[in-house]
Design a protein around this ligand. Sequence first.
Ligand SMILES: Nc1nc2c(ncn2[C@@H]2O[C@H](COP(=O)(O)OP(=O)(O)OP(=O)(O)O)[C@@H](O)[C@H]2O)c(=O)[nH]1
Ligand SMILES: [Mg+2]
Length: 474
Amino acid sequence: MLPCLCKFIIYYFKQFQEFTVSVFVEEDTIAAIATPVGEGGIAVIRISGPDALAFADKGFRGKAALSAVPSHTIHFGEFIGADGGVIDQVVAATFRAPHSYTGEETIELSCHGGLYVSKKILETVLDFGARLAGPGEFTRRAFLNGRIDLAQAEAVSDLIRARSEQSHKASMEQLEGKLSTRINSLREQLLKTSGLLELELDFSEEGLEFIDKTNIIKEIESVSSFVQSLVDSYRFGKVYREGVKVVIAGKPNVGKSSLLNCLLNENRAIVTDIPGTTRDVIEENIVIGGILFRLVDTAGIRESTDIVESEGIRRSAAEMETADVILRLADPTQVFDDADATLKESISLHSDHARVITIQTKSDLVNGVRIPNAVAISSLTGAGLGELRLQLTSAVTGHVGGDGVVLTNVRHRDICLKALRSLATAKESLLHNASNELVSLDLQAALISLGEIVGVVTSEDVLNNIFGSFCIGK
Ligand SMILES: Nc1nc2c(ncn2[C@@H]2O[C@H](COP(=O)(O)OP(=O)(O)OP(=O)(O)O)[C@@H](O)[C@H]2O)c(=O)[nH]1
Ligand SMILES: [Mg+2]
């Protein structure tokens, strides 16, 4: 009886055991300008680490020393340089550990938003002994100190870069932990399943088999289907994060640049009646229905002996390879010729990754002539533009699977795909009556993969990669 009891205790312990995070925690004090470089109302210098208060106090002259005041209070004073002269009047905000963004002792000095002033204060703090923070180092510390998990840390960078309502919504939800909660509950489900398998393994000497393999398969299928719905949601997540790339393609003179200008409501691209006016790729952003669209105007596609135009045409073709939507423009005032046929054929090669919308241009010039299944527009009068905007938004919106969690990050998608492969192998092994050990190994692999999303399991390289793309001061 006693050995059995011990095994049960081990089982429960195993269920809740976690993997260790193998990262190196820094203990020095870092500083950086947290606001964008340039002139502005104010600039903020952030100092974080064990000596943040001491270093700030070396330059700060206010009613009281910052190390003597309570956390989450602000204090007016002057900041004195190494030569004893006043650099600027500042407002210092105190955040005592662990109740700060990084979880460390933190001071934020707000000074006048001049380039010289903010740099001078930062240099002085560095002279006092602080180290210049690397990209994303404040957020990296927030993660290492357990203030946020890795998915939330990545969301901080996405939130800063958000350019549309949708990308803001997706990054805000991730920052609030929606993805992390979903991943953690999937991990818990897997931990329980693999724990059961291991428990039966422990009892194998006694010849005991008490697990219903069909139930285990059902559990694996349920986790897989949620992970799969996350992978599927990446299609929307990528759109939210990077915007939708819309390539405007067509023969010369069909009205590509006119359409770009009309959608932007400005004369961005040169428009003339000379075929071959646009020779380079022009990209501009617009937001329609809360979604960011990256409009790309290209050189008209035709046979050309002109070196510059040929290069432009080559670039047009290259742009289509990475397009999410291709607008195929056809001008009813021009005859349908070989160039149209070639263009139609080359666009059809991209129909696996891009939605193709056919557009009939210059509707003001033709009365009643309609190209089948095309949206008729006029860049001159604006007719049909509303319908085109609708078609653009409906090309990228749709049903988001699972419980509305959207993957916006390619790292997360690749990890989910890896986890799916491990889960598929585990299911396959169960169907072929493989040993519990083998199945459990694959479940552990899936667990480790999912843990990489939230940072339960991580490495220095992964962290360097993630935080290296942040800005300094974040
Ligand atoms: N009436 C009318 N003319 C248009 C319309 N759209 C474009 N045009 C005219 O068609 C000519 C070609 O327009 P562009 O926008 O330069 O055509 P494009 O496809 O960019 O041409 P390339 O840059 O040479 O490939 C210009 O003279 C425009 O004024 C339209 O909706 N109505
Ligand atoms: Mg043009």
